[in-house]
Design a protein around this ligand. Sequence first.
Ligand SMILES: Nc1ncnc2c1ncn2[C@@H]1O[C@H](COP(=O)(O)OP(=O)(O)O)[C@@H](O)[C@H]1O
Ligand SMILES: CC(C)(COP(=O)(O)O)[C@@H](O)C(=O)NCCC(=O)O
Ligand SMILES: [Mn+2]
Length: 865
Amino acid sequence: MAANNSGSEPRIPEDVTLEDEAEAEAKGKAPAASSSATTTMNRSGSRPQLDLSGAAIHGTLEDRNPTILLPNQSDDISHLALDIGGSLIKLVYFSRHADQPTEDKRKLSTKRRLEIFTGARRSYPVLGGRLHFVKFETGKLNECLDFISSKQLHRGGVDSPSWRSGAQPDNIVIKATGGGAFKYADLFKERLGVSLEKEDEMDCLVAGANFLLKAIRHEAFTHMDGQKEYVQIDQNDLFPYLLVNVGSGVSIIKVDGHGKFQRVSGDNSTIDMLVGDIYGGLDYSKIGLSASTIASSFGKTISDNKELSDYRPEDISLSLLRMISYNIGQISYLNALRYGLKRIFFGGFFIRGHAYTMDTISFAVHFWSKGEAKAMFLRHEGFLGALGAFMSYEKHGLDDLSAHHLVERFPMGAPYVGGKIHGPPLGDLNEKISWMEKFVQKGTQITAPVPMGAPATTGMGGFERPTSKGDILRSDASAALNVGVLHLVPSLDVFPLLEDPKTYEPNTIDLDHDEFKYWFTILSDHLPDLVEKAVASEGGTDDAKRRGDAFAHAFSAHLARLTEEPAAYGKFGLANLLELREECLREFQFFDAYVSIKQRENEASLAVLPDLLMELDSMDEEDRLLALIEGVLAANIFDWGSKACVDLYNQGTIIEIYRMSRKKMQRPWRIDDFDTFKSRMLKKDQPYKRALISVDNAGADVVLGMLPLAREFLRRGVEVVLVANSLPALNDITANELPEIVAEAAKHCGILRKAAEAGGLIVDAMAGIQGDTKDEPASVPLMVVENGCGSPCIDFRQVSSELAAAAKDADLLILEGMGRSLHTNLNARFKCDALKLAMVKNQRLAEKLFNGNIYDCICKFEPVS
Ligand SMILES: Nc1ncnc2c1ncn2[C@@H]1O[C@H](COP(=O)(O)OP(=O)(O)O)[C@@H](O)[C@H]1O
Ligand SMILES: CC(C)(COP(=O)(O)O)[C@@H](O)C(=O)NCCC(=O)O
Ligand SMILES: [Mn+2]
């Protein structure tokens, strides 16, 4: 049957370890077969270290995560950099994406059509892969060495050519910074056989900070009164700034540009600084420094006539912390004043995400500067040096990356321990689940997102809702949950038809506290059903049940973590939350929870499609246009992400519900721009050239709604590009599944058949069974592209390069569904005409956005002029 290619669905090998999710990909996997597409890579001459001969794209250029295999790459190229500080060792390492799906016919023909291989298309200097952030205590250097060794990080990972061939490269050089790069050089040589190449610490700090501020969208934030607020940094207005790195010592650097900086103050330990550097020789009355502000705590200890032991250690600690933080804030401000700088970025693990520390520093800066200067913090605060050392290889092309190439993911290990290792690295998902089960039972190891009671064994809702913990001072582990794994995806692009990418915000509604609470409930309530579907999709085995439990625990823990601190993972909207759920499913190797539901609905819908097409063809143009839009809106009711809709499905067959939904359509719809759209469509002298039609759900939605609409455009001589998800999300149709559905539909329709042939979706022999083709116009192509997403929503700042290429000649964009046109993009403006179609399947959203009701329909047409 058509629409069933689940067996060939590319599986994302989302391998996981406790600390970073990358282990299994490096273990025991056969070397990947050679790819079908070979590319030449244009690289600037400034990066001589890579041997690019024989380089091949593994998978496809358009894959979400293309991997470039460099078979002739010399073995001494490392994917690891270190910052060995006085207190902590920071590791940044890179892991390649594992096996990729092979090139299929659709992709090749689409590429040819969209001329992706021709012209000045960008090559990918950067390896697709992931950047991991891990830290160890310097006092436990051995743990760090074991970790590197177990993962063979110094040899590019367990799956690197040298490791697989058993060759022993004799000159491995690893970039390292921090004092320990000298101190422990011999030990690294002895234990791992590697030489540490020392990079200047300040160079690294600055390079790391500049990279983060350029490439990570929500890296910097302010912190006032316990509230994080992410700051959008304008690249053209970044310099100069003051960088204050607070580690074992404090470094204060005035940064004027890339590689342009000057150390201005502070080279002592935090304690020295307190005593010696507070006023820096300035007359304190001039800057309004009140002696009592800082000294008050000590004042009491002197006058109270008590012994030190009479004070509670936590009180002393807090006083000290406050004092140090104030002083750091003051000294920073004084330096900012000295150089006329308005922005101060703070890094270093001293801050370690502590709300208290950040608030205190912010307060000081704000107070002394009378609001003129701003203290800002960095999410990857402790990793500036290590990241800078990593960048100094000048071979990963990291500096060519922009924000749209980076996707941050929060797999269980990494955010949970914040790059901290507890125990040995885990070898596979099984070990990870075991670890989670233990940790869940203990419930204390990590304080913030303590998930829910004893783990269930049924895989079906044997867990409770996580509880939020209130605003207590969090432990180091939980506070460090802010760093995920950075996925480098060079094939992502900004959607070229966005009117203004700078001001574009995908999310329609701000996930403030109340809103988050609401969605927390929705998602928690939905969880048991989702787990049931997910487990069933994997055959209902014991293993699947165990993974189902683990998924539920993991996702609940994320929710609890976000309840406690909504900004924990950066600026997080509903789109991110819905995507997190899908990623979490993939993390526990559930690749398509709704696979059988999708199949069933596709089949039922395809069976009635011929009748529907006949009915449509009997109408005149205007009635047909209305019927088509009605059909799209009515069929959007088939959404397994909406509780209300799922409840409806018990009340009838797919076709009955479709008819019922259709009968209820009453114009005017809640937003009803149909007449304007119709007028535009009927303008004979100004036909559209290419319509990008973004589809949503499998089954009736795509088969009875979107395909007939696409056919109408084809019939009018408009090229159609169907845009579908790269990866499954709920019951959404994917770009991989779509061609078979089109092929099946084409058996009953000459227009679709010709267009699909023209677009390379089906080969001639497959079609030609039924369908009247005598009076059809010269055929324009019907194509399918993937959107680069694995979520029910779409963020147009990061789409597949395939979609970006298809957008080039498009003059109409149709967005369908609640996720893509209501939760996201309702207010997005495009450079071409846009039509947004959706049924509102949630009462609260209907009220909030449209003052309306559940099942209202939205038909929003926004012509460019
Ligand atoms: N587990 C830890 N062990 C030691 N210090 C820690 C730890 N977690 C956070 N810190 C804080 O981080 C600081 C070290 O910050 P870091 O940026 O790593 O500096 P360095 O590079 O000098 O080690 C320490 O002074 C301490 O305040
Ligand atoms: C996840 C969804 C955005 C998918 O909707 P779609 O894009 O398929 O129209 C939607 O089902 C949703 O917001 N559901 C949660 C709300 C609820 O259950 O009421
Ligand atoms: Mn959907």
